[in-house]
Design a protein around this ligand. Structure first.
Ligand code: MLT
Length: 323
């Protein structure tokens, strides 16, 4: 009798572990988006969350935790229990650039488990309509003629719009005065209102405002025109050859999240990306799907490490000051 009790206790403990992964998820999951609601990251996360819940059989909620170029939201995810119920949405800015700018208190490459690479956004150079320029060439002339730097909206130091701005400055020899917001959603509101001069923005955030004629789009930072904005030239065509940048996004889980739970989250994200209705929504925003051979958690980890090696030198050379 004593042996049976010990055996079942042992089984319960053992299988409890496995059972925990087996009955994952048994309550809603939260994706932490480190930028404001209504911006490009938020829009993509909400489209994916809506479809991921079908695969996971549980609600997938989006929580916006903003500030410091997205590093505060990522920090919240890093410090969350490694049980799969809190995951981190981020991108080249939050999960690469910020490590070269902030004293984060966490390591982007080792304190998070990669889950899945998500779609990427070509960037687009946009300005308020009052800027006296109808082409990228004229915009560069205007920027260089101005006695004071033009104001450029960003989602904070290290964000995608900031890194793109730094890169734009370095290839054009212009100087920009950055105006930080908690996301490019609110920055866009001020651009439409003419409060700031320009943004080097994610296409998915600007495309509808450009189409509506509320702002002016000059060029997309990709080698080919965006299917959803074929009237807008590439930087190569517009006279800034080689200024190429696409902002990739991804999902991560806290370090120590069991491998099979990461696998379930990955499967749900991949299902969403392969869903024709979801793809149509994302492509209409100008987003580019990640290649199929880059959809494993491992592939995201390798890609992130390669991007850290590529971008940190440029970012560190820019000597970005943060409080
Ligand atoms: C946002 O969603 O606001 C963006 O991803 C911010 C950025 O990195 O530019």
């Amino acid at each position: 009798m004593r042996k049976i009790i010990l055996a079942s206790l042992l089984a319960a403990v053992t299988f409890g572990g496995i059972a925990r992964a087996d009955n994952f998820p048994s309550r809603p999951i939260t994706i932490i988006v480190p930028f404001s609601a209504g911006g490009p990251s938020d829009a993509m996360a909400r489209i994916l969350a809506e479809r991921m819940k079908t695969t996971l059989g549980e609600s997938v909620l989006v929580e916006n935790v903003t500030g410091a170029g997205g590093s505060i939201g990522v920090g919240r995810a890093v410090r969350s229990p490694p049980d799969g119920y809190t995951i981190s949405f981020g991108h080249l800015g939050t999960h690469v650039a910020n490590g070269a700018i902030y004293k984060l208190g966490y390591d982007l490459a080792t304190d998070l488990e990669p889950v899945a690479l998500l779609p990427s956004n070509p960037m687009i150079v946009v300005s308020k309509n009052a800027v006296p320029a109808k082409s990228l060439k004229e915009l560069l002339e205007w920027l260089k003629s101005k006695p004071a730097p033009a104001t450029a909206g960003t989602a904070g130091a290290g964000s995608g719009s900031h890194i793109a701005g730094l890169y734009f400055e370095s290839v054009t020899g212009t100087k920009l005065q950055y105006v930080p917001y908690r996301g490019t959603g609110p920055a866009m509101n001020d651009l439409v209102a003419g409060q700031i001069d320009l943004i080097v923005d994610q296409l998915s955030n600007s495309i509808n405002q450009v189409r509506a004629g509320n702002i002016r789009g000059y060029a997309v930072t990709d080698t080919k025109r965006a299917g959803s904005a074929s009237d807008i030239p590439t930087t190569d065509e517009a006279g800034l050859p080689g200024f190429h940048m696409t902002l990739w996004s991804g999902l991560w889980a806290p370090k120590g999240t069991p491998r099979d739970i990461v696998a379930k989250l990955n499967a749900a994200a991949v299902d969403a990306l392969n869903d024709p209705a979801v793809r149509a929504q994302l492509e209409k925003l100008g987003l580019q799907m990640p290649p199929n051979d880059k959809l494993s958690p491992q592939a995201l980890g390798d890609w992130q490490k390669a991007e850290i090696a590529k971008w940190w030198p440029m970012i560190k050379a820019a000597n970005v000051k943060v409080d």
